[in-house]
Design a protein around this ligand. Structure first.
Ligand code: AMP
Ligand code: MG
Length: 628
C-alpha cells in the first residue's frame, strides 16, 4: 500500500529541498490511531480516559498480559530547549518549515502537551491518546521476557497526503511507562544526539530506518548513568514500531489469540493488505539464478517438499524476511553496524531501529563490533547477516503454528483450540520445511541486494559472476590488510579516470590516494603494488562496462557519500553541545548529514573537510557501552 512507499525516499544525491514543503501545523495535521484502535489495550487501563485520570504512580512498571500496549501520558519536562529539528523530517511528515519555531511545537515534542486530548471533549471514552507498546525479546541470544517501550511513548499517527506514508510519532526519553522495569524512562543527551543524527543520515543514503524529527534538551532534568548527565527527548517516527520481539512475547506466553491478531494487523495495516504480500514465484521462471536481472528469489523457493500448502502467514513471513535481508545488505555495503541486534531491536518492516552503540566502520575490519560489552562479537560487522537470520528463525518459530497449519489455518477448531494431537507432527514438519526453505530465500535476497549496491558503488552498471571475488572481495581484503579507510576508498575511487590507470607505474602512483593524507602505510611498496593490481582489474571491467569517465564519476558520487557520521564526529559534536554549550554545531552538521553526497555545503570549508577527512589519531573504531 501507498504508506510503505516513502520508506527510504531514495534521496541519493538529490537535494532535499526539491520535495514539496509541507503545509500543516502540528495542530492541523490529520491524525489517526490505527494501532490502538485495532489492537487490544492493557486491561488495567482499557480506555484513554481511565489512563488519563489514573495517578502517575499507578502507571509504573509491571507485567502486562493479553495486550499490545498501554495508554500512558508523557511526564512533563521542565525548561525544554529545542536543540535541532530535521528539515527533511518536517517535509516528510508534511509540516510547514516555520512550525518548528512555534511554542506549540516545542511543547509537544517535549511531552508537555497532548494535542489530541482535551479534558472536556474527550470525556467520552474514545479518541487518540498516547501509548507505549508491549513487547519482549531475545537479548544476546537469551530470552529476556517482557521488555516494551520503557521510555518511548507514541503520540499519534499521521499520513502524509502527498506520499501516502503513515507515520507513528513517538517521544523517546519521555518518562516511565509500565514497561520501564527497573529504569527511569529517560534518555541522556549524548545518545539522543547520536540517534537524531544517524536516523536522518541512514534515510539520506537510502537505508530503511526509523526517523528523527527533533531533539530536545531537558534542561531541568538530570539523569544518572555512570554519572549525572543532561537528559533529552528525541521525537522520532516510523511507519511501524512493531518488532520481532512483539511476536516473541506472545509466543513465549503461549498467547495464540494475540499472535494471530498481531500477524493479521501486521499484514493488513503495516504491509498494506494480504494481497500486497509476495505470492509464489511462477515455477516456469525463465531467468537463471544468476542473471543480472535476478530478483533474488531462487526458482526452487516454493517448490520444496511440503510447500504446496504455503498459506498467507508464510507470505507474510517472506515479506518480512525480504525487507530485513535488504536492509542488512545495505548495512554491509555501507559499513554500518547497529551494535545490539536483539530481537526487540529488529523491525517487522526491516527498518534500522533503536540506535544504541551503533557505528560506521572506519578502517575495514570485519570482526569489529561497536558494542563495548559484546565480548563474543555477536553483533560485529561480519555477523550481522547471520544474526538477522537468527532473529528471523525466532520469528519463524512464533509464526510456525500459523504457517505450519497450511490450508487448515482458518478452520474454526484450529483457531480456537490449536492443532489436533494427531496432526501436530505434520504441522511441525511443514513449519520447519518452510523456515528452512525461507533461509535460502533470505540468502538469495541478501546477496542480490548486496551485489547490486557494491556494483553501483564501484561505478559499474552491469554485474558479472567474477566481480564478487575479483573486485568486491579483493578490495575489502586489501583495505583490511593495509588498514585503509572503508568510506574514503569508495569516494576516492569515484574521482579516478581511466587514463590515469593505463600503465603499471601510473597505477602505482595513484594507488597512494587510498592512503591517509600525507601518510603512507608501513608497507608502502607492497600496498601500492596490491592496490595497483586491483586497479588494473577494475579499469578493465569499467572499460567494458561504460568507459565514459564523466558519467561514471557522476553516478559514483551519488552513491558514495563524502560525509559519514562516524563515532569520532558524533563524539566531537556531543562534546561541543554538552560541555562547551555550542548551539550552532548541530545544525551545521545536519547540513552535511542530510546531503552527504555533496562536495561542499557552504558552511565552513575547512571544518567541512575536517569532518569528512581522515579519522584523527586514536579516534578510530571506538566502542560504546549500552548505557544510554
Ligand atoms: P534498548 O537496549 O534501548 O533497546 O532497551 C532495551 C529495553 O530496555 C527496552 O524495553 C527499553 O524500553 C528499556 N529501557 C532502556 N533504557 C531505559 C530507561 N532508561 N528507562 C526505561 N526503560 C529503558
Ligand atoms: Mg530496544
Amino acid at each position: 500500500m501507498a504508506h510503505l512507499n516513502g520508506s527510504s525516499n531514495g534521496t541519493n544525491g538529490v537535494d532535499g529541498n526539491s520535495r514539496p514543503a509541507g503545509s500543516y501545523t502540528l495542530q492541523s495535521l490529520p491524525k489517526s490511531n490505527v494501532f490502538t484502535s485495532n489492537l487490544p489495550p492493557d486491561p488495567a487501563f482499557p480506555t484513554p480516559a481511565k489512563s488519563h485520570s489514573a495517578p502517575r504512580e499507578t502507571l509504573g512498571p509491571r507485567l502486562v498480559k493479553e495486550a499490545l500496549y498501554t495508554f500512558v501520558r508523557p511526564e512533563p519536562t521542565q525548561e525544554p530547549e529545542l536543540l535541532a529539528v530535521s528539515s527533511r523530517a518536517l517535509q516528510d511528515i508534511g509540516l510547514k518549515e516555520e512550525e518548528a519555531q512555534s511554542e506549540e511545537f516545542k511543547e509537544v515534542v517535549a511531552g508537555n502537551k497532548i494535542l489530541t486530548w482535551d479534558e472536556k471533549t474527550n470525556a467520552e471514552e474514545g479518541g487518540i491518546y498516547p501509548w507505549a507498546q508491549c513487547y519482549g525479546g531475545y537479548q544476546f541470544g537469551q530470552w529476556a521476557g517482557q521488555l516494551g517501550d520503557g521510555r518511548a511513548i507514541s503520540l499519534f499517527e499521521t499520513t502524509n497526503e502527498k506520499t501516502g506514508t503513515r507515520y507513528e510519532i513517538q517521544l523517546k526519553g519521555a518518562g516511565k511507562t509500565p514497561y520501564s522495569r527497573f529504569a527511569d524512562g529517560k534518555a541522556v543527551l549524548r545518545s539522543s544526539i547520536r540517534e537524531f543524527v544517524v536516523s536522518e543520515y541512514l534515510n539520506a543514503i537510502g537505508i530503511p530506518t526509523t526517523r528523527a524529527l527533533s531533539l530536545t534538551h531537558c534542561k531541568g532534568s538530570k539523569v544518572f548513568r555512570e554519572r549525572m548527565e543532561p537528559g533529552a527527548i528525541v521525537a522520532r517516527f516510523a511507519q511501524s514500531w512493531i518488532r520481532f520481539g512483539t511476536f516473541d512475547l506472545a509466543r513465549m506466553r503461549g498467547d495464540r489469540k494475540l499472535l494471530r491478531e498481531l500477524a493479521d494487523y501486521t499484514a493488513e495495516h503495516v504491509y498494506g493488505g494480504w494481497d500486497k504480500l509476495p505470492s509464489k514465484v511462477p515455477s516456469g521462471d525463465p531467468k537463471s539464478k544468476h542473471s543480472s536481472t535476478f530478483t533474488g528469489i531462487p526458482k526452487d523457493t516454493v517448490e520444496g517438499e511440503g510447500l504446496e500448502q504455503e498459506n498467507r502467514y508464510t507470505r507474510l513471513y517472506r515479506a518480512i524476511l525480504r525487507r530485513n535481508a535488504e536492509t542488512v545488505a545495505k548495512w554491509q555495503a555501507y559499513g554500518f553496524m547497529n551494535g545490539v541486534l536483539n530481537t526487540d531491536n529488529t523491525s517487522i518492516l526491516g527498518l534500522s531501529i533503536d540506535f544504541g552503540p551503533f557505528a560506521f566502520l572506519d578502517t575495514f575490519d570485519p570482526t569489529y563490533t561497536p558494542n563495548h560489552d559484546d565480548h563474543m562479537l555477536r553483533y560485529s560487522y561480519r555477523n550481522q547477516p547471520t544474526i538477522i537470520w537468527w532473529n528471523l528463525v525466532r520469528l519463524g518459530e512464533a509464526l510456525g503454528e500459523l504457517m505450519g497449519a497450511g490450508s487448515n489455518v482458518d478452520d474454526a477448531v484450529f483457531i480456537s483450540d490449536g492443532v489436533k494431537e494427531e496432526d501436530a507432527d505434520e504441522l511441525v514438519k511443514r513449519a520447519e520445511g518452510i523456515i528452512e526453505n525461507c533461509g535460502e530465500e533470505y540468502k538469495a535476497v541478501f546477496l542480490s541486494h548486496y551485489k547490486e549496491l557494491m556494483t553501483a558503488r564501484l561505478g559499474l552498471t552491469s554485474q558479472k559472476e567474477s566481480d564478487f571475488e575479483e573486485l568486491f572481495s579483493e578490495l575489502l581484503d586489501f583495505l583490511e590488510a593495509h588498514e585503509l579507510d572503508f568510506h574514503h576508498a569508495f569516494r576516492k575511487l569515484s574521482y579516478f579516470t581511466l587514463s590515469e590507470l593505463e600503465t603499471e607505474q601510473s597505477r602505482k602512483d595513484v594507488a597512494g590516494r587510498f592512503f591517509r593524507f600525507n601518510e603512507a602505510p608501513a608497507q608502502d611498496a607492497e600496498s601500492r603494488s596490491r592496490i595497483a593490481r586491483w586497479l588494473e582489474k577494475w579499469a578493465a571491467r569499467v572499460k567494458e562496462d561504460n568507459p565514459n569517465d564523466e558519467e561514471r564519476q557522476k553516478a559514483m558520487l551519488a552513491v558514495n557519500p563524502k560525509f559519514v557520521p562516524r563515532s569520532w564526529v558524533l563524539d566531537e559534536v556531543i562534546d561541543r553541545v554538552e560541555k562547551k554549550g555550542e548551539r550552532d554545531i548541530l545544525p551545521a552538521i545536519m547540513k552535511l548529514n542530510l546531503d552527504p553526497f555533496n562536495e561542499n555545503w557552504g558552511w565552513n570549508e575547512s571544518e567541512e573537510e575536517r569532518f569528512c577527512g581522515d579519522v584523527p589519531k586514536y579516534k578510530g573504531m571506538m566502542q560504546c557501552s549500552c548505557s544510554s
